[in-house]
Design a protein around this ligand. Structure first.
Ligand code: MG
Length: 460
């Protein structure tokens, strides 16, 4: 491990989910080739799986990355257009030494990105990203001589293998008997290559929205946020479907619309999976970031689960699950990590798990979700310059010490009336965000107002 000064001088390339940037500005072919050469050096002349989602720049970036990897002596196994969870599973199933997924997930179309995957299918940890960044900053890359240049192969069967793997974790017969009708909204992303087919193989009637792959994302922005899901909600109601499911661009996140046309946020559907999982596996660990709803905590307490809170970030959830041998994780933004399949976010697996729960219980999605504890949410933000964020957090933490704050990521307070507030500085913007939850809307609003005012008094 390097000393602090060394770490401080390293230009950070990786963000919370790999490298992201504006195409042909930050993320040029030259940069992609160079960083791929350092990634190739990191993997040391091994077998690397390469896949990409439907963005317009993918052929350009994939070609550049292929060249960089081959130049170091790595062999590249190109899987073509796939979802992120599909390539993650394929890295493990095909016993590759690593993988690269080219995607900017939910970001706008002008972006692209690079996710580096370890041989177990999980994105590499921060400590390995630092090793790559350090070499990149030093400029010490190694290329193979002409006899040692890698070879490129094609693997085209991974979506089929992935669907079969998902099916191993559900009761296909019970689901088929129900003849569900599901509406999918792929946002012109790669979920359309896998999920509608998977659902049909489970005996579902499928209505697809935005299923043609188009890197311009003409139908809706690729992030499955409520404001982007009105067409899906309307279609679910108009067709009398059993539910609707919307994915982000690379299909690791999924947000559901119940049969009444109500958009259900990710921590509620996660709580449903959590409840079923804990009923089947009492006493098991469940991993979730501090940004998740109290409903996740309530379900863990009621069903004898051991809840582990983490910092916000999907790779943190994955690595915590691995470290603690936990089999379930979930995020409020629609990421469910089902360990028996793979400890990463997986939109198709989440969809299959919900179908399995519905079929097993013989209940509709709204009946199942309405049986969960209900909380009212209130959100706000306030400006705070980057250079004041840490001081403000420390002073606020001191100020509320008597309330025993949880300080895993920002500051979270739990109150005896089951309300809670999370106060977190944004990693990228000069703001603090506040999220309060309570049994009544008034209490949530009051909490946000009280702590926003405390924050503003501390921000000079
Ligand atoms: Mg994603």
């Amino acid at each position: 491990m390097k000393n602090k000064t060394e770490t401080k001088n390293i230009r950070q390339l990786f963000g919370t989910n790999g490298i992201r940037g504006l195409v042909n500005k930050d993320l040029t072919p030259e940069f992609a080739t160079t960083i791929a050469t350092f990634i190739g050096n990191f993997f040391k002349k091994r077998k690397i799986l390469l896949g990409y989602d439907g963005r317009t720049s993918n052929t350009m970036i994939a070609s550049a990355i292929t060249a960089g990897l081959l130049s170091t002596g790595c062999d590249v196994y190109d899987v073509g257009l796939v979802s992120t969870p599909c390539i993650q599973l394929a890295v493990k199933q095909h016993k590759m030494d690593g993988g690269i997924m080219i995607t900017a997930s939910h970001n706008p179309p002008e972006y692209n990105g690079i996710k580096v995957i370890a041989k177990d299918g999980v994105e590499i940890p921060r400590s390995d990203e630092l090793k790559i960044e350090k070499k990149f900053n030093q400029g010490t890359l190694k290329r193979a001589d002409w006899t040692g240049i890698g070879q490129r192969f094609q693997l085209r069967n991974t979506p089929h293998e992935y669907k079969e793997a998902v099916k191993n974790h559900i009761n296909i017969t019970t689901i088929k008997e129900k003849h569900y009708h599901i509406v999918t909204d792929s946002a012109n992303g790669v979920s359309s290559l896998i999920v509608p087919q998977l659902l049909r193989e489970l005996g579902c009637k499928v209505t697809t929205l935005n299923a043609d792959i188009d890197g311009a994302f003409p139908s809706r922005p690729p992030e499955p946020r409520p404001e982007n899901l009105q067409d899906l909600a309307t279609t679910v109601q108009a067709t009398g479907a059993d539910f609707g499911v919307a994915f982000d661009g690379d299909a690791d996140r999924s947000i559901f619309i119940d049969e009444k046309g109500r958009i259900q946020w990710g921590d509620r559907t996660f709580a449903l999976v959590e409840k079923d999982f804990l009923q089947e596996n009492p006493g098991e660990k469940v991993v979730t970031p501090v940004s998740s709803s109290q409903v996740v905590k309530d379900i863990a307490e009621k069903h004898d689960g051991k809840l582990i809170w983490t910092k916000v970030g999907s790779t943190i959830v994955s690595h915590t699950m691995k470290k603690l041998k936990a089999k379930l994780g979930g995020e409020e933004n629609g990421g469910v990590f089902y360990g028996p399949h793979q400890p990463v976010r997986d939109g198709a697996m989440t969809t299959a798990l919900l179908l399995n729960i519905m079929a097993k219980s013989n209940k509709t999605l709204s009946e199942l979700l309405d049986s969960l504890p209900l909380y009212q949410l209130e959100k706000d933000k306030t400006r705070c310059p980057h250079n004041q964020k840490m001081r403000v957090l420390k002073e606020l933490t001191d100020d509320v010490k008597h309330l025993k704050p949880q300080t895993i990521d920002g500051l979270k307070l739990y109150f005896p009336d089951q309300s809670a507030i999370l106060i977190r500085p944004s990693g990228t913007e000069p703001i603090y965000r506040l999220y309060a939850e309570a049994k009544s809307k008034k209490r949530a609003v009051d909490l946000v107002r009280e702590y926003k005012s405390k924050l503003q008094n501390l921000i000079r």
